[in-house]
Design a protein around this ligand. Structure first.
Ligand code: C2E
Ligand code: CA
Ligand code: CA
Length: 745
């Protein structure tokens, strides 16, 4: 009850008491009754006022609860920060956003919840929000990190308030925009992706085009307006049949996608290849709602691929298939010959003297010739045959399906080959030059896969060389026997390269003696102790070593060995008279630095050079007589001696013999062998001995096997003998044992 009501009430009561005081008659007066009524009315008024008050109070309570609910469970977080950035108050939504219980949030710095990368921004924006004097709200986005470490993207609405004691507080509303932001990013990505370099269009489930991008328009020539509402039939080139599209749709329907190469037509009518990807887009119920197609124009890519293929498989000069393509085709031809049982043939064509043309008229003319040769070959083969260029002036023609009969097939191949020879022999015009050239052809037949492509190419190559050796302008078929020899030789050559390094050469010594058995020295004869083939005779590898040039190193090694041995013998009076003969090949002698090398060996070992004899043959001397004379004289000046090996088998012209500084003639063993068998050879032997006598040089006979031969030679004054009669060539130790009789004598 208010004070005012209290006073009113008291006045009323006083009035009433006065009235109620008993009258003289002892009866209530009228005034009494009036007052009583007034009191009752007032009582009722009071009660009504009380009820209003109670109701107002209840309404107030309800409104406060509502406010709390609104505050706590609002869809946004509310937060109050002190000027120091400390949280004084936060609603439930706010604490949930931060993922931390409210009791653990108050009195903590808000900055703790700001993500690292946004910290600087926050500090700046917070100060600015605090300083903001106009009543405008101040909003920005911020990355916050939650209690569990995850990051959320929050929009902050800040408003400054002047709090108690004039210090500012900041009221902030927090709105989670993480999903909104992600969706925005996704949309942006999708938009960028859609406007990519690849053409794209999207259709509805009925394949009606809904959207196209700029690249699509660029590729197809159709604008968005021209395409929307149409189906992709708009692009059909007509190059693919119904099957093609059926397979495409089967794939889309079963796997949800198709990708592949397709020929389509641009608006301008041009048909072009494109790489197309179609993807079905389904809704949550697995129902196709859209199709997304991406397309790439692969015209240039295809052209580049074709060009690469051209470069990889064709010879750029003649446009003929190259070796690689030839081998591919040969492989296929072999497979088809297996099925058809029909022989095919390879013809290897090589121009005679092409190098000379290149050297004299230049490479441009050479190129022109090769181009014309290519044209002639192409015009002489059937469409199903292949004319290829392997490189240089080498061409191969592959003929297929000749016959099931080898002989007949060979005849066909030969006829074709001869026609080619004739065609290639005709006059060429190389710019203004009239030019003629012949060719050589090697040929071989093939059927099934009995041989590899490489083997076949090797065979025709060999056959071609045979044709060249046979005098050029001819055709030769490959022959197996020839092949075996060549294979063997090739294998031997490989091993020969390593033989010196692997110490596989052995030197044998064959004594040279007088008729009384007095040993004057030995000829050194080389052997090759092959790890698998056993001992190989020099006849089998010396020519090969000469051809490959390996003889230079081998010969030098022999000279070193011979000198080293002479050095050893020099030390003993019984052996210091011994001489060693070393065989020298043409290739060695004609080495530019042969004299220097021999000189170096002599210097190194410091032997008496007159104990060393070099055996030369007539043919090698005649090969370059001037060079030989110069070298022999130089070596002679060093004190070396020379023997003419195999004498009598060559030209034996006295005129050159007199020019050479020879010390010995060696009668060839073939004449010695025929002594007593062929009287003519006995005369040759006698003549040689006489010649040597006239020239004032020594004479030795080799290959002496019988006492009869020895006796003949002795009777004819040939002082020295070498042959099996005395000893075969033997290793050093065995040779030294032969010396014992002399040593002990
Ligand atoms: P060559 O220089 O005429 O050597 C003589 C060949 O006749 C040797 O054969 C030798 O073993 C053989 N011979 C010796 N006495 C008799 C005999 O009474 N009867 C028969 N039937 N044969 C006899 P070898 O060692 O097989 O050498 C053959 C050829 O190989 C040599 O002919 C020579 O041209 C070459 N050669 C051998 N060793 C070497 C070498 O170390 N260097 C070079 N560059 N060539 C060598
Ligand atoms: Ca010899
Ligand atoms: Ca000889």
């Amino acid at each position: 009850m208010s004070d005012k009501q209290d006073i009113q009430h008291k006045a009323l009561r006083d009035k009433a008491e006065a009235c109620l005081a008993p009258t003289s008659s002892g009866q209530p007066s009228v005034l009494h009754l009036q007052l009583l009524q007034e009191l009752q009315v007032h009582q009722i008024e009071l009660e009504m006022q009380n009820e209003e008050l109670r109701q107002a109070h209840a309404a107030l309570e309800a409104s406060r609860d509502r406010y709390i609910d609104l505050y706590e469970f609002a869809p946004v977080g509310y937060l109050t920060l002190t000027a120091e950035g400390v949280i004084v108050d936060i609603n439930l939504t706010g604490s949930k956003l931060l993922g931390i219980e409210r009791k653990n949030l108050t009195h903590r710095r808000f900055a703790r919840f700001v993500a690292e990368q946004d910290m600087d921004r926050w500090q700046r924006l917070f100060l600015r929000a605090l300083a903001d004097t106009d009543d405008e709200r101040f909003g920005f986005d911020l990355l916050l990190k939650r209690g569990d470490g995850s990051v959320i993207y929050i929009h902050l609405d800040c408003q400054r308030h002047i709090g108690i004691g004039e210090s500012s507080v900041l009221r902030i509303a927090l709105t989670d925009i993480t999903q909104l932001n992600q969706a925005e990013i996704d949309l942006r990505i999708a938009a960028i992706a859609f406007e990519s370099q690849e053409g794209m269009f999207i259709t509805d489930a009925n394949q009606k085009i809904l959207r196209v991008n700029a690249a699509y328009t660029k590729i197809t020539g159709y604008t968005e307006a021209e395409s929307i509402g149409k189906t992709p039939l708009l692009h059909r080139s007509g190059r693919h049949g119904a099957d093609f599209y059926a397979v495409m749709w089967a794939s889309i329907n079963s796997t949800g996608a198709w990708r592949g190469e397709i020929w389509n037509r641009r608006k301008n009518g041009e048909v072009y290849p494109e790489w197309l990807t179609i993807t079905a887009v389904k809704n949550n119920d697995d129902v196709v709602r859209h199709y997304v197609a991406t397309l790439i124009d692969i015209t240039q890519q295809k052209a580049a691929t074709a060009q690469i293929e051209q470069l990889a498989f064709y010879d750029p000069l003649t446009n003929l298939p190259n070796r690689r393509l030839l081998k591919d085709r040969l492989h296929l031809a072999m497979a088809s010959s297996t099925r058809s049982k029909q022989y095919g043939a390879l013809l290897f064509i090589d121009l005679d003297n092409f190098k000379t043309l290149n050297d004299t008229l230049g490479h441009n003319m050479g190129d022109l010739l090769l181009q014309q040769v290519a044209q002639r070959l192409v015009s002489h083969v059937r469409a199903e045959d292949t004319a290829a260029r392997l490189g240089g002036d080498e061409f191969v023609v592959m003929l297929e399906g000749l016959s099931q009969n080898a002989e007949e097939a060979a005849i066909h191949a030969e006829v074709s080959g001869k026609k080619m020879l004739a065609a290639l022999n005709k006059t060429y015009w190389l710019a203004d030059h009239e030019y003629r050239c012949t060719s050589s052809i090697g040929a071989t037949l093939f059927i099934d896969h009995a041989l590899t492509e490489d083997d076949l190419l090797k065979h025709v190559d060999i056959a071609m060389y045979q044709a060249k050796h046979a005098g050029r302008n001819t055709l030769r078929f490959f022959d197996q026997a020839m092949q075996s020899v060549l294979t063997e030789r090739a294998a031997l050559e490989v091993d020969l390269h390593l033989a010196l390094k692997k110490n596989q050469f052995k030197l044998y010594y064959q004594l040279q003696a007088t008729h009384t058995g007095h040993i004057v020295g030995a000829e050194i004869l080389i052997r090759w102790e092959h790890p698998t083939r056993g001992m190989i005779a020099p006849i089998e590898f010396i020519p090969l070593a000469e051809e490959t040039g390996l003889i230079v190193a081998i010969g030098l090694w022999e000279l070193e060995m011979a000198c080293a041995q002479l050095k050893v013998w020099e030390k003993h009076s019984q052996t210091n008279q011994l001489q060693l003969s070393v065989n020298v090949c043409a290739r060695q002698l004609h080495q530019a630095d042969f004299v220097e090398r021999v000189h170096a060996v002599l210097e190194k070992t410091a032997i008496n050079p007159s104990r060393l004899k070099l055996e030369l043959t007539e043919s090698m001397v005649l090969h370059d007589i001037d060079d030989t004379i110069i070298k022999m004289q130089a070596l002679k000046a060093l004190g070396l001696r020379f023997s003419m090996d195999d004498f009598g088998t060559g030209y034996s012209s006295l005129s050159y013999l007199t020019q050479l500084p020879l010390d010995q003639l060696k009668i060839d063993q073939s004449f010695v062998h025929n002594l007593g068998l062929k009287s003519a050879d006995a005369i040759v032997v006698q003549t040689i001995i006489g010649m040597a006598k006239n020239l004032g040089i020594e004479v030795i006979a080799e290959g002496v096997e019988t006492e009869m031969q020895r006796a003949f030679l002795e009777a004819n004054s040939c002082q020295l003998i070498q042959g099996y009669l005395f000893s075969k060539p033997v290793p050093l130790e065995a040779f030294e044992r032969l010396l014992i009789p002399i040593i002990s004598a």
